[in-house]
Design a protein around this ligand. Structure first.
Ligand code: ZN
Length: 172
């Protein structure tokens, strides 16, 4: 039923605010990042692939930024070349911190980067190093929020530019 919530399946208790929605600071720059973070984590951020599915495939699922492959979450987060400059530095930090987290966690499976960015707290259910892991996940979450916000802003900017171009071309 709630397939879009697949990445949030742990650390969610009814009646409690999900840890992803909390913020330690009253810093505006952090607070404005929450909506994008929540949309991504709840699967309600609309990608081209969603648009295509809603429109019975009359709309192409192909990413409008790079025209290379379907625009789905993993493409947006990890592989879209048009977003690479806005992704590179923060992604390096994420991969770095992430290996620290996994070194003390019980997860033997390979790290799913999409899962990690979607919800860093997913990898903190190992009770043995819980406090340490929660602290790393908290730091990771700050970086992930920044990353999601950067990617979202860049995507938005590129799409607006494209729309303007399309309009001009249609007029001439
Ligand atoms: Zn793309």
């Amino acid at each position: 039923m709630y397939s879009t919530l697949q990445y949030m399946n742990c650390q969610y208790y009814i009646g409690k605010i999900h840890i992803l929605i909390t913020t330690k600071t009253a810093n505006n720059r952090d607070i404005v990042r929450i909506p994008t973070r929540i949309k991504i984590a709840t699967g309600t951020y609309i990608f081209q692939s969603n648009r295509s599915a809603f429109n019975k495939n009359k709309v192409s699922p192909t990413c409008k930024l790079c025209n290379m492959s379907p625009e789905i979450l993993s493409h947006f987060l990890l592989t879209c070349e048009s977003l690479e400059t806005d992704r590179k530095r923060l992604m390096e930090i994420i991969v770095d911190r992430d290996s620290e987290l996994l070194a003390t966690s019980c997860f033997e499976e390979e790290v799913d980067l999409v899962q990690l960015i979607d919800n860093p707290f997913y990898y903190t259910i190992d009770k043995r190093h819980r406090n340490r892991n929660l602290s790393i996940a908290g730091q990771l979450e700050g970086v992930c929020r920044k990353l999601l916000n950067n990617l979202h802003m860049k995507r938005y900017e590129l799409l607006i530019k494209q729309q303007k171009c399309d309009k001009k071309n249609n007029l001439s």
